[in-house]
Design a protein around this ligand. Structure first.
Ligand SMILES: [Zn+2]
Length: 412
């Protein structure tokens, strides 16, 4: 079944809207990869010539969306890491593995050039649909400035420095010229950054407001802010960003601001809770990360209980690639229901990315980006992170992964 036209019968359907599951469903996909019907099996129209699959015992979900990845980053591999061809193939492989793990769309928040999303769109590679930020905007000496004391800069190709409102505007224009779909800024320092801490501020509130205004002037592009400590989170919220990335230091006051402005929080718990080997990092870094993991647990649980809009994102690249759906378990650990976590990874993420007209839920008129699992995600959300349970992944109705048993086509 290589084309997109198909009829999926008898699966349980969790459509991503937050509605309760539908037990005996039919989903019909047309030759353009769009859903034409999804709903109760007994009300489904006849489709005499459409290839049909019996999915009894399976659950259909929307393809998941990871709102925060870095495909350019990953474990060091053998070979010459300075060779761009090698890097390109490594990135393409990570993208394929991520797609096969059930992630059909992503937002890459720093490092990935627009060529990768073009390659995906033109079918050169099998990968999630990609919105990319390209280069990250931040202060000299801030989170994204990896220039060493000797002036050697190892990260110039994914960073652009800006130190006042005007240069922040120029930086936005520059990354848009390079093809960015979304603007990524640093509002705070970071856990692993060379010169600063999560509690340090990066771009000021006024600079963030200038970035947001400049992005708005270009077809309403959105701004995502790396923001870990409280002061920077508040600067970013007041500055008008679309999403707070990480948000580990979020407080009651920041929750109020996020609720009032309908700003999304992308808590990247996979990275906050990613176990660290104390023998591989400095004692200072280990202590810093352990302390922040505890704060994260309390503060993100608070944001969830306050009803702040949450979109799933993992910071994959810092955390492992293709284990993205582990994030759903972390969200449930901190107070979400399984259904809410699924919505965070589907409809909410699609809304944040501005692609909810095309994907994010299983509804007529949307593209058939679907995940088919033999697990019961409402009873065991962690099972979705196990590749064995992701039996089939469809993108616009086309199978990108299929480990279901060989079927005799049932054609009416
Ligand atoms: Zn990140």
């Amino acid at each position: 079944m290589t084309g997109s036209e198909k009829r999926l019968e008898h699966a349980r359907l969790i459509d991503g809207t937050g509605k309760n599951p539908l037990d005996d469903s039919t989903v019909i996909v047309d030759a353009t990869g769009k859903i034409t019907y999804c709903g109760p099996a007994e009300r489904a129209p006849e489709t005499p010539d459409v290839p049909t699959m019996d999915l009894t015992g399976m659950t259909i979900l929307p393809g998941f969306i990871d709102a925060h990845v870095h495909f350019l980053f990953g474990p060091k591999q053998s070979g010459n890491s300075q060779d761009r061809a090698l890097t390109t193939f490594q990135v393409a492989e990570r993208m394929r593995q991520t797609l096969e793990a059930g992630i059909t769309s992503v937002r890459d928040l720093g490092g990935l050039s627009v060529g990768y999303s073009s390659a995906q769109q033109s079918g050169l590679i099998q990968a999630p649909r990609v919105l990319t930020a390209g280069r990250i905007i931040g202060h000299t000496g801030g989170h994204c400035d990896a220039t060493g004391p000797d002036g050697h800069n190892a990260t110039g190709h994914f960073t652009i420095l800006a130190d006042d409102e005007q240069s922040a505007r120029v930086a936005v224009r520059t990354v848009l010229r390079e093809g960015a779909d979304v603007i990524k800024i640093c509002a705070t320092g970071g856990m692993g950054s060379p010169h600063d801490d999560p509690d340090d501020e990066d771009l000021s509130e006024a600079e963030i407001r200038a970035v947001v205004d400049e992005a708005r002037r270009h077809r309403g592009k959105k701004v995502a802010a790396h923001a870990q400590g409280t002061a920077g989170i508040i600067n970013a919220l007041r500055g008008g960003v679309a999403s707070i990335e990480h948000g580990y230091g979020i407080t009651e006051e920041a929750c109020d601001l996020a609720l009032a402005a309908r700003t999304y929080l992308v808590p990247t718990l996979a990275t906050a809770f990613n176990p660290m080997d104390p023998s591989k990092v400095s004692p200072l870094h280990f202590e810093k990360k352990s302390r922040w993991a505890e704060r994260t647990r309390e503060n993100i649980a608070l944001a969830i209980s306050r009803g702040v809009a949450i979109a799933m994102g993992t910071d994959a690249g810092v955390s492992p690639h293709a284990a993205n759906l582990m994030e759903l378990s972390h969200l449930v650990e901190l107070g979400m229901t399984e259904l809410q976590a699924i919505t965070a990874g589907t409809l909410n993420a699609a809304r944040l990315l501005g692609i909810d007209d095309a994907v994010g839920t299983v509804e007529p008129g949307k593209l058939a980006d679907l995940v088919i699992t033999d697990a019961d995600p409402l009873a065991d959300i962690a099972a979705l992170a196990d590749p064995e349970h992701v039996r089939m992944v469809l993108q616009s109705g086309v199978a990108r992964r299929d480990t279901l048993p060989i079927r005799t086509p049932v054609t009416a």
